[in-house]
Design a protein around this ligand. Structure first.
Ligand code: FMN
Length: 131
C-alpha cells in the first residue's frame, strides 16, 4: 500500500471549483480504491493519497496534469501497511472561516495519521490561522 503526500498552489487567476474537484475525486477515487484527504484554503492544496501503488500513481498523474494548480511538490511517498485515512475526505477552509470547529474537524480526520503526515497538515493549518 502506498501513501503519497503533496502540496501545490492554485494557478493565479483560477477560480477553484472545490465542488467539482470533490465530485470527480469521490467518483474516481472510490472506483480505484484510493482514499485520503484534500485540504485547501483556496490558495494552496495539501493532499494525501492512499491505495495500491498503481492506483495512487494513476490518480496522481491526472492531478499533476491539472492546470488549475502548479508548483506540485511531493512531501512524502512511502509504503504503508494499513491506511491512515480510511475514507475520502475533503476539507476546505474559507477566508472568513476562523472558527475552531474547523480545527476540531481536521484533528478528527488526522487522528490515525502518522506524526509526519499530521505535522505537515497541522503546520499548514497553523500558518493559515496566523495569516
Ligand atoms: C488540488 C486538486 C486535487 C485533485 N484531487 C483529485 C483526486 O483525488 N481524484 C481525482 O480523481 N481527481 C482529482 N482532481 C481532479 C483531477 O485533476 C481531474 O480533473 C479529474 O480527475 C478528472 O476526472 P474526470 O475525468 O472523471 O472528470 C484534483 C484536482 C486538483 C486541482
Amino acid at each position: 500500500m502506498r501513501q503519497l503526500l503533496y502540496i501545490s498552489t492554485a494557478t493565479p487567476g483560477t477560480t477553484i471549483d472545490t465542488v467539482g474537484i470533490l465530485a470527480a475525486s469521490l467518483r474516481n477515487n472510490r472506483r480505484e480504491g484510493v482514499t485520503g484527504l484534500l485540504w485547501t484554503d483556496d490558495r494552496r492544496f495539501l493532499q494525501v493519497l492512499e491505495g495500491e501503488d498503481a492506483a495512487v500513481q494513476g490518480v496522481f498523474d491526472r492531478i499533476k496534469a491539472d492546470p488549475r494548480h502548479r508548483a506540485i511538490v511531493v512531501l512524502h511517498d512511502r509504503t504503508i501497511a494499513v491506511r491512515e485515512f480510511g475514507a475520502w475526505e475533503m476539507a476546505r477552509r474559507g477566508p472568513s472561516d476562523t472558527s475552531d470547529a474547523f480545527d476540531t474537524k481536521m484533528r478528527h480526520h488526522l487522528a490515525a495519521a502518522s506524526p509526519a503526515v499530521r505535522g505537515t497538515f497541522e503546520g499548514l493549518i497553523a500558518a493559515r490561522r496566523a495569516a
